[in-house]
Ligand binder design. Sequence first.
Ligand SMILES: NC(=O)C1=CN([C@@H]2O[C@H](COP(=O)(O)OP(=O)(O)OC[C@H]3O[C@@H](n4cnc5c(N)ncnc54)[C@H](O)[C@@H]3O)[C@@H](O)[C@H]2O)C=CC1
Ligand SMILES: O=C(O)C1=NCCCC1
Length: 320
Amino acid sequence: MASIVYISENRVRELLNWEETYKSIKCALESVSKERAFQDKRSAIKLGNTYNFLFSMCGGLSDKTYGGLGCKLFTYFPENFRKNEPALKANIFLLDEETGSLKAVIAAAHITDWRTAAASAVATKYLHSENNNVLAILGAGSQGKAHAMAFKYLFNFNKINIWNRTTERAKNVVDELNQNNDNTSANKVFVAYDSIKECVKDADVIVTATSGNETLLKLEWLKKGVHINAVRVNPVYRELEDDIYKSSDVYIDYWEGAKYELEGIKDLGVEFKGQIGDVIARVIAPPSSDRISVFQSLGMPVEDCAVARLVYDLHIASNV
Ligand SMILES: NC(=O)C1=CN([C@@H]2O[C@H](COP(=O)(O)OP(=O)(O)OC[C@H]3O[C@@H](n4cnc5c(N)ncnc54)[C@H](O)[C@@H]3O)[C@@H](O)[C@H]2O)C=CC1
Ligand SMILES: O=C(O)C1=NCCCC1
């Protein structure tokens, strides 16, 4: 029997790059439109009388390059910050597609950040025209930072505005990103904001990636034709005010998840236009450029399968 490989967070960080992550996630998003994705909604178990949860996301993706069979098991313990530990801890169990045997256990916090940012990037490419001058990001946590890096790498934004509830955190992330981007440039790409309205008012594209319970974004602040990637997942709380959903073309990643986790948006009378994969596969049309578009992201099991396969292949290829 072949031995089981363990791939740590540090090793994942060494291996992943944006080009391949983008391609693998585009493949995963499109697979839902081509009947090459086998997955269901995630399962969530509340751990007794706490705010702690245990989740699983299992599925299979059929593809020569990015196909994989697996399951991401993750916990969300919101009080972990008191112990100076991240709230989200995740591992992917990657299985052999022929036999079902366990091939690898891959640490998946970094994968979750990168694949979610890559999904927003794919959605932006397919739902939004090329007019990408200013990007605004609300939330300077793991997702906010990963989105800033992905969008800097994959698009040509001249300015990337970042707002966070505590401005100190936005400033620290902006300093780090500017330093990694270009030490010498006087004209810094990343800029910290302490007002959401000022942060988003010139934005062509917006990412919302916070974990609070407050509505952050108002319709009256938005430019015509803006594209929004709404990353926060919560059945009750939404970062966008209801009028934004009601006035926009709203796209999702997969129907199986949306049926259960996006009830609240449907209750507003919003009809989802369809899956991003259906736009990629040209089954449905993208929005017209004067409409506001929203990608309401949930995160799919097959995204994790695709990136786990990518990481596994890169690890094996560079380990021989
Ligand atoms: N769509 C998807 O595939 C995925 C979505 N997520 C979602 O992304 C969001 C962010 O996750 P991470 O960056 O990993 O978390 P994190 O804990 O690293 O960052 C959370 C950010 O939210 C901010 N925040 C907390 N309370 C706030 C409030 N009341 N108002 C405004 N901002 C507040 C914090 O300052 C922090 O910057 C979460 O809602 C999570 O559920 C996470 C993974 C995948
Ligand atoms: O898809 C994921 O992975 C997650 N989605 C929402 C919240 C945490 C992780």
